[in-house]
Ligand binder design. Structure first.
Ligand SMILES: *[C@@H]1O[C@H](CO)[C@@H](O)[C@H](O)[C@H]1NC(C)=O
Ligand SMILES: *[C@@H]1O[C@H](CO)[C@@H](O)[C@H](O)[C@H]1NC(C)=O
Ligand SMILES: [Zn+2]
Length: 359
């Protein structure tokens, strides 16, 4: 969530100036008071939430997320800003979500949420597990003129969220942002950074995700966000996570840390999944890779389990069939033996056939 620059808003609010003195002076410290100034923050469709994977309903209609225009040439310059709540990278409108949502959405900005050197700070949790950090890429529905117009409509916004974890290697995409944080340590400072492939900040696998209806996670908490939370995580080196967590200062010149909102109640909402969560077992991701697929890794083990079940099933089926066949052979043999016996004549057989035909 975290606020963004005024013009382009954020998944959060337009910043101070439009609202008069003090009006936009929210902070993570006075979260309990958000609702008194921003009524939506006390609503029933708020974010973030805990995703309970066992209760997430599989929805085959949730097609893979498709992005277009995310790969930016380095000659393009993007504004990177410390707004006192987070670091925001403003995005050109050429970036868009073209698949995985019923409508088209254009990107506005992305930003991050993190904890402290001691504690993880993702906003969403999965099965009560909090990750070191979380990225949000904020988009608005192209049927509205701009972000500000869209953010007040129920179908106005789409946010792509992904979890950041510690991996063995430096992540070259996050480097494009992190190496500039020292230039914007103070609140309100900004710098222009060269374009890069912004899709690299998201997981490699955009097919596996959770979907639910929620809100901006910072004031004014508008309940207009259709959330995508990816099941695959993104890996950064330990050093990179440390830089993210320690580089910036917030409003009162103290370290900008723990900029995540507490979990919100579901109030009967359902979380959908683009994949079958219950077939996969809980398993730690393997080390390595710029990003890792927990579910991907689990898929192997789960198809293994499914394979085992099938093997047993077919084994039993085979045994039953074999037994039935043996019984049949046995019966047929004794019948043949009876027919072949010298005491039985062809007459009996013919008579039987006649009876059959008249029956
Ligand atoms: C979100 O809300 C819309 C409108 O009420 C509804 O059609 C849709 O099914 C909801 N999505 C989810 C994931 O619950
Ligand atoms: C991904 O999905 C699997 C299967 O439901 C779950 O065990 C795992 O915790 C999920 N991870 C994330 C980051 O969503
Ligand atoms: Zn956010």
């Amino acid at each position: 969530a975290a606020a963004a620059a005024a013009s382009h808003g954020a998944e959060d609010a337009p910043h101070s100036h439009e609202r008069g003195p003090g009006q936009d002076h929210w902070s993570y410290k006075d979260r309990p008071e958000w609702a008194s100034r921003y009524p939506d923050c006390g609503g029933a469709v708020q974010s973030p939430i805990n995703v309970d994977t066992a209760r997430a309903g599989f929805s085959p209609q949730l097609r893979p997320i498709q992005l277009s225009g995310y790969s930016l040439p380095s000659k393009e310059r993007l504004k990177l800003k410390n707004n006192g709540h987070t670091v925001v990278l403003e995005l050109p409108e050429s970036l868009a979500i073209t698949g995985g949502y019923a409508q088209q959405y254009r990107a506005v900005q992305l930003h991050l949420h993190w904890g402290s050197p001691a504690e993880p700070g993702s906003e969403h949790t999965v099965d009560d597990r909090r990750f070191p950090a979380e990225i949000h890429v904020v988009h608005y529905n192209t049927k509205y003129d701009n972000f500000e117009a869209a953010m007040v409509h129920p179908d106005g916004l789409a946010v792509l969220g992904a979890f950041l974890q510690v991996g063995p290697r430096e992540n070259p995409y996050y480097r494009q942002i992190l190496e500039h944080l020292y230039e914007i340590q103070g609140e309100g400072e900004e710098v222009f950074v060269p374009g890069f492939n912004v899709a690299g900040l998201l997981p490699a696998n955009l097919n596996l995700y959770f979907r639910y209806n929620g809100s901006l996670t910072t004031p004014p908490c508008y309940q207009t966000v259709t959330w995508t939370v990816f099941n695959q995580t993104v890996q950064l080196s330990q050093d990179q996570i440390s830089v993210l967590v320690t580089a910036l200062r917030g409003d009162d010149d103290s370290p900008l840390q723990n900029n995540f909102r507490e979990l919100q109640k579901l109030h009967g909402r359902h979380v959908l999944a683009s994949f079958q969560t219950t077939l996969t077992s809980v398993k730690q991701m393997p080390p390595g890779g710029g990003s890792s697929s927990e579910a991907g890794a689990e898929k192997h083990s789960s198809s293994f389990q499914a394979g085992d079940v099938l093997a047993v099933l077919f084994g039993v089926l085979f045994a039953v069939t074999a037994l039935a066949f043996l019984l049949y052979i046995h019966k047929h043999r004794s019948q043949t033996a009876r027919l072949d016996s010298p005491t039985k004549s062809k007459v009996i057989y013919t008579a039987a056939t006649t009876e059959e035909n008249t029956a």
